[in-house]
Design a protein around this ligand. Structure first.
Ligand code: NAD
Length: 495
């Protein structure tokens, strides 16, 4: 959050992407770098080096990336001269990272840059997490892990606490924590950062942001799509590991954290860690009562018949594509306030939203009024259409009597600020080059999050565990509705 504005040019850099021909690189990373280049943020001497097993030379890689930009960058953002400039920055090194004898190829390519040894080196690991440790070890062996190097780790960082610790140990043997960037792209989203600004750069909200005034908090991250071609990866992961352990718990942290002294790299992460450590520990009984696993069955999604998860992955499976859970942040500010989280695939729509539901007024002042009184709600929309909406009750204009009507105060980013909201990756990649770790997860945060979900993983690893079915295109299994109904509450579905 601190540091230079998003448009300030960064220093020259050798930006190496392991997995440079993969889906993540071509769909997200290179379009993000293109847009930063378009906005003048990449200086001369900024090189992008794709590393992969693919047998392509520089020209072949440039052609591949040109195709990816045409596909993944909006047409009105594409400019021929910028595309040419970006392609000119590209190189490809064919390297199986497990082949020790081939590493000299990357070494030679990185050593031949005009900027010399002083150049910033970013190593973005867009490959399977099992390769994170070996890659760092080899970078060290060939002398590429220097004080000017940074390493970026994509999720998933492990599949449980033990594997996360192993990865963190291996990477930590080579890179200092201040040079390790564990990316959670949710933290790069404008509305997520704006949540911090709204809370801490204004005074009106903070006095209300506690158990005296907040009834409960809901966080929903739903996708309309199924697993598609990522089935074999997803089937080994599931929604708990893929979404809850990282994205949803990070959102809980930002909603619940105490004001840091300054918004800078360590204080924000210190406060987030305290939230993770304050989450109510789960017992097997609480998992059974407060955590719901679901899996989509066939159903109508966007008016089209969508196959079941089992049909998509080609076999019966107990992997969950949906999780809903209730938790609590057990500290002075939040004691007694439920946090309900929910995420799923093949839901009725794609939406990520945080809803803070305030308490009802303590006393009904308008006993003879007509119309509903609804509690105030603050909706923070993460995607799509980033923005905020505050739901209030107002008097409907007109003579005689008082009629109450719910109204909303809207802050749409697009309407208020105009222009395009940069993609999360655009911001985060530039933060990596600048060495700003504020929006990245620290080792202790990742491990605290894994520790908290461990009782769920344990409980769900029993052979008898079966996620509840829900038809594609719906809001998830009935048990997720019951989770709130038994507390006298209900999910806030998008209007
Ligand atoms: P992918 O299968 O499309 O691409 C994998 C890339 O890694 C290819 O370039 C391949 O050549 C390279 N690679 C694989 N093994 C290698 C080796 N031994 N040596 C050198 N290169 C090797 O995968 P992806 O979808 O791009 O995902 C990459 C990683 O990022 C995965 O761990 C995935 O879970 C994670 N991730 C992906 C996405 C996404 O949207 N695709 C999102 C978040 C995280």
């Amino acid at each position: 959050m601190n540091g230079p504005s998003v448009g300030t040019p960064v220093e020259p850099c050798d930006f190496t992407v392991f997995g440079g021909t993969g889906d993540l690189a071509l769909r997200k990373l290179l379009p993000a770098l293109y847009l930063r280049d378009r906005d003048g943020q990449l200086p001369d001497g900024f090189r992008i080096i794709g590393v992969s097993r693919a047998d392509v030379d520089d020209d072949g890689y440039r052609a591949m990336v040109e195709g990816a930009l045409a596909e993944h960058v909006a047409h009105d953002e594409l400019a021929d001269d910028v595309v040419r400039r970006l392609l000119g920055r590209l190189h490809h090194v064919t390297l199986d990272v497990e082949d020790v004898g081939a590493w000299h190829r990357l070494h030679d390519r990185l050593k031949d840059g005009a900027a010399g040894e002083d150049v910033i080196r970013v190593f973005y690991l867009a490959v399977a997490p099992a390769l994170f440790g070996p890659i760092c070890e080899h970078l060290d062996q060939v002398g590429l892990a220097t004080d000017r190097s940074r390493v970026v780790l994509e999720k998933p960082i492990g599949t449980d606490l033990a594997t996360a610790e192993t990865i963190n140990e291996a990477v930590g043997r080579v890179f200092d924590e201040s040079h390790i960037f564990r990316i959670d792209h949710y933290l790069g989203k404008e509305s997520v950062q704006n949540l911090l600004v709204t809370r801490f750069a204004n005074t009106f909200l903070e006095p209300l942001w506690n158990s005296h005034w907040v009834d409960h908090v809901q966080i929903t991250v739903s996708e309309a799509l199924g697993v598609g071609e990522r089935g074999s990866y997803y089937d080994r992961s599931g929604a708990l590991r893929d979404m809850v352990q990282n994205h949803l718990l990070q959102l809980v942290c930002l909603v619940a954290m105490e004001p840091p002294t300054y918004v800078d790299r360590e204080t924000v992460r210190d406060e987030k860690l305290k939230v993770l450590q304050a989450l109510r520990p789960l017992t097997p009984e609480l998992v059974d009562r407060d955590v719901v696993a679901g899996q989509y069955a066939a159903g109508l999604s966007g008016g089209v018949l969508a196959p079941s998860y089992a049909d998509e992955v080609g076999h019966e499976s107990s992997t969950e594509t949906f999780v809903a859970l209730k938790t609590e942040v057990q500290n002075w500010r939040w004691a007694g306030v439920p946090f309900y989280l929910r995420t799923g695939k093949r839901m009725s729509e794609r939406v990520s939203e945080i809803v803070v539901v305030f308490k009802e007024p303590p006393h009904p002042m308008f006993p003879h009024s007509e119309g509903p009184t609804e509690p105030n709600r603050l909706h923070i929309r993460v995607q799509p259409d980033e923005g905020m909406r505050l739901h209030m009750t107002a008097k409907e204009p007109g003579p005689g009597g008082i009629r109450l009507r719910p109204v909303s105060l809207d802050l749409s980013y697009a309407a208020a600020f105009g222009g395009r909201s940069p993609d999360a990756y655009e911001r985060l990649l530039m933060d990596v080059v600048r060495g700003n770790t504020t929006l990245f997860m620290r080792r202790d945060e990742v491990e605290a999050a894994w520790a908290w979900v461990t009782p769920i993983l344990d409980r769900w690893s029993r052979p008898s565990h079966r996620p509840r079915r829900y038809p594609a295109g719906t809001h998830g299994p009935v048990a997720a509705v019951t989770l709130l109904e038994r507390d006298g509450r209900s999910w806030q579905e998008t209007e």
